[in-house]
Design a protein around this ligand. Structure first.
Ligand SMILES: CCCCCCCCCCCCCCCC(=O)[C@@H](N)CO
Length: 409
């Protein structure tokens, strides 16, 4: 074979064959990662305290139900509502010991209110039959302080009101503000509330001089801290913190200006905390589910322009139960950013830098091809948007008469 032909062959191998094989490997690894091993889950969570925000509906309810069925002590946190009461009964019904499931009613967008409720939660000893849980509780006694230590903290609460920003300009009851607050602040607030309640519970007075705002050591006690926690405090921290993002934490397009901003923000929070809590052996995970058949999905479709539904329809609608199982499966195989759907997985591979990759070699070998394909896909999406706009404006997907949400008709 002449040298020219050999070079062409080599180029084809490097540019096409190797990346394609790498993507096949990524897909295979993904499909294996979403199969839940129920026995393993039970071993991990039986008798453990799992807190789920947004637990009254949708993915949160499915996650909570799955954990309760696997023997965890589950606390649902959500705003007071009939659906929270209903969720409490249904999750309790799934548990071997109904008394191990409870609900905390609080508006998670309110940091101080959340902190107060979490402080109370941590002080309570759950009178569960599970000896493991009681052991955990007894082992972390500080003097005679008892606590319902949280083992897994799941920041799941969220909502989506897709529309064009130009249709969401209202200042009163702003949907943009509600979106950022429901998706981003609820997660930040539950996490910082747990941190704050733990610090307060260990009774160390942080008498830090006003001119010092940041410190790697506790000023009053001169005790060294790791990532801002003394050893006594870190013994009370959850061993897992799971933040629920979205496929729209990695990409975005029209209609999701508020939603994806809040979900991108969650990715920043998760990536930071993963790194920050590493020395404390706390595993942070960032879930990024695709479309799920939930009450929230029905709500979002009432304002979602049909062009948006067409684009996001690339993520196949699945039940919240299936999504919960797949996502938990990913957590159990130590994936930092599990998803439940293939397109979301490929978008993660294309868009991660400050996150560890489960298959670094194949992901790096495949990422160029994926980004290239998605860029072509993007050109088609842009073309579709332009075509739709020329047809006389964007219509809402959910309405049969095609009435517009206002503005652009
Ligand atoms: C932009 C160019 C990249 C090309 C890739 C296109 C693939 C699009 C898949 C989008 C999937 C969105 C799932 C959203 C789930 C969700 O969070 C919402 N249901 C909330 O409203």
């Amino acid at each position: 074979m002449e040298i020219g032909a050999a070079l062409v062959l080599l180029a084809v191998l490097l540019v096409v064959v190797v990346p394609v094989l790498a993507v096949v490997k990524i897909v295979t690894a993904f499909l294996l990662s979403i199969r839940l091993n129920e026995t393993q889950l039970t071993q991990k969570v039986r008798g453990r305290h799992v807190v789920v925000t947004g637990g009254s509906r949708g993915l949160g309810l499915s996650l909570a139900t799955r954990f309760a069925r696997s023997g965890a002590n589950v606390t649902l946190v959500a705003r007071a509502s009939p659906s929270l009461d209903a969720a409490l009964s249904s999750v309790a019904a799934a548990a071997a010991n109904p008394a191990s499931v409870r609900a905390v009613a609080v508006d998670l967008s309110d940091y101080l209110a959340t902190k107060e409720k979490i402080a109370v939660l941590l002080k309570e000893v759950i009178t569960s039959k599970s000896s493991h849980f009681l052991n955990t509780v007894n082992n972390i006694n500080n003097n005679d302080y008892k606590t319902g230590k949280i083992d897994w903290l799941i920041a799941n609460a969220g909502a989506s009101y897709p529309d064009f920003l130009a249709n969401q300009l209202s200042v009163e009851n702003s949907l943009v503000d509600a979106t950022i607050s429901t998706n981003y602040y609820t997660a930040l607030n539950i996490i910082r509330s747990v941190f704050a309640a733990i610090k307060e519970s260990t009774n160390i007075t942080h008498n830090i001089p006003a001119n010092i705002t940041n410190s790697s050591a506790d000023i009053t006690t001169q005790k060294p801290t790791v990532s801002g926690f003394t050893p006594a405090e870190s013994a009370l921290l959850p061993s897992k913190i799971i933040i629920v993002g979205s496929t729209l934490s990695f990409i975005s397009f029209l209609g999701y200006s508020a939603y994806s901003s809040s979900k991108y923000a969650l990715r920043g929070l998760a990536d930071s905390l993963r790194s920050e809590l590493l020395p404390l052996n706390i595993n942070v995970h960032f879930l990024h589910p695709g479309n799920m058949d939930t009450p929230g999905y029905i709500v979002e479709n009432t304002s979602k322009p049909s062009i948006v539904k067409k684009i996001d329809g690339a993520s196949q609608l699945v039940s919240a139960g299936d999504a919960a199982d797949a996502l938990i499966a990913g957590v159990l195989v130590d994936r930092y950013a599990p998803t439940n759907d293939l397109i979301s997985e490929l978008l993660r591979v294309s868009g991660s830098v400050s996150a560890p990759r489960p298959n670094p070699v194949s992901e790096v070998l495949g990422v160029g091809l994926l980004v290239f394909i998605f860029n072509i896909y993007l050109a088609f999406i842009d073309w579709d948007i332009a075509k739709d706009a020329k047809k006389g404006g964007f219509l809402i997907s959910g309405t049969s008469n095609g009435s517009n949400s206002g503005g652009s008709e």
